[in-house]
Ligand binder design. Sequence first.
Ligand code: ZN
Length: 220
Amino acid sequence: MRKGLTLMELLVVMSILATLAALLYPVYLRVRARIYETSCANQLRQIGLAIRLYVKDYSAEETPYAMPLFLGALYPHYLSDESLLICPRVWAIVPHEVIERNKWKPHPLVPSWKVLWSSYAFYIPRGFDDAARKRPDIWPFTFAEVFAERGDMTPIAFCEAHRTFPLEAVNLTLPNPHAYRDAFIDPGRPLIILRWGGKVDFVFKGGGIFANRDAVLVHY
Ligand SMILES: [Zn+2]
């Protein structure tokens, strides 16, 4: 009657387990990435609904021009959960206490006001039009022109946290931004785009280290 495993058998079992783990790890990473993307898209969908409610309250004509200046302005009246303003992948990579410490920012126009930070890139149509009027060499089109052409399909916000370091995360006073930057890069993953009509799209093409938000407005 044998008792337990010999050393050789134990080594064989261990090497089989190590091989299995190495094979399954990339699968685990892909599944995890897809879970972040799905819940991010759900968050963007809820933000889209909150934006439409806000616009209904503030303007007779429902256009993106009646959107708030900051996504953080949706909280608490239109979006009851402030954590929805930050992508799940940002929550997973950046320590929660860093986010908690930095999530309130002075308003750029009224510094005595504090605005809730969001990891989502967001368009301010009037600001975009002003920029296009002042520097047509850089922005040869206005938001109004894009909206006139694309209507409900006009991008109004997007998440770039799945394949690049989110531009919006630069606003966080991170102790070591480069550490986070390296953790974020995953070129095979999509850009997640919220459109004016409420649709959320995954786009796998294009985009550099920093996705260009103006290119997103026109081309996606
Ligand atoms: Zn996201």
